[in-house]
Design a protein around this ligand. Structure first.
Ligand code: PRP
Length: 172
């Protein structure tokens, strides 16, 4: 039970996070951005990413709930904890752990765009392509995978495995 296959080891994640942070540092220097993490999955990625930037940023969080049948989300996404900082006129970067079907991010991008940020981009650690149902714009991507139920480094299965430092595929 819960056989796992290692997909992204710690050093590969750390390297990729550094590379993303270097690109984001270059693109946002002097722009005083706000980074918005999507709870809960993105909290570890966000924590590592912001500490690898070469300037301080403001951080906020949003929590979204997707109503579906357990493993597949429907398009019915709702905010259960909103961002608290005003976003109008600011450069906003959404930070997400994994984009799967795409409903969650699509919904959030629409919600935050309606608050008139100066710019709105998205950084996700893992772009999982196979089940994508809506076209979402991803500006910074750590890794691309086709499929698989991934856990670790913030990603869970029924609240288990989030604290693993590596990313695994659950095989059963
Ligand atoms: C997961 C993941 C993304 C979302 C992707 O979160 O962290 O936020 O699902 O879904 P989609 O692209 O298929 O719409 P989840 O709802 O499991 O909550 P969690 O982050 O609290 O684990």
């Amino acid at each position: 039970m819960n056989t796992k296959r290692l997909v992204f080891p710690r050093d590969a994640i750390a390297r990729r996070v550094q590379e993303l942070a270097a690109q984001i540092s270059k693109d946002y220097r002097g722009l005083d951005p706000i980074m918005v993490g999507i709870l809960k999955g993105a909290f570890i990625f966000l924590a590592d990413l912001v500490r690898a930037l070469d300037f301080p940023v403001e951080i906020d969080f949003v929590r979204l709930r997707s109503y579906g049948n357990g493993t597949t989300s429907s398009g019915d996404v709702r905010i259960t904890k909103d961002v608290e900082l005003p976003l109008e006129g600011r450069h906003v970067l959404i930070v997400e752990d994994i984009v799967d079907i795409g409903y969650t991010l699509h919904f959030l991008q629409q919600q935050l765009a309606a608050r008139h940020p100066r710019s709105l981009r998205t950084c996700c650690l893992i772009d999982k392509k196979e089940r994508r149902a809506v076209d979402v714009r991803l500006d910074y991507v750590g890794f691309t995978v086709e499929k698989g139920f991934l856990v670790g480094y913030g990603l869970d299965c029924a609240e288990k495995f989030r604290t693993l430092p590596e990313v695994y595929e659950l095989l059963d």
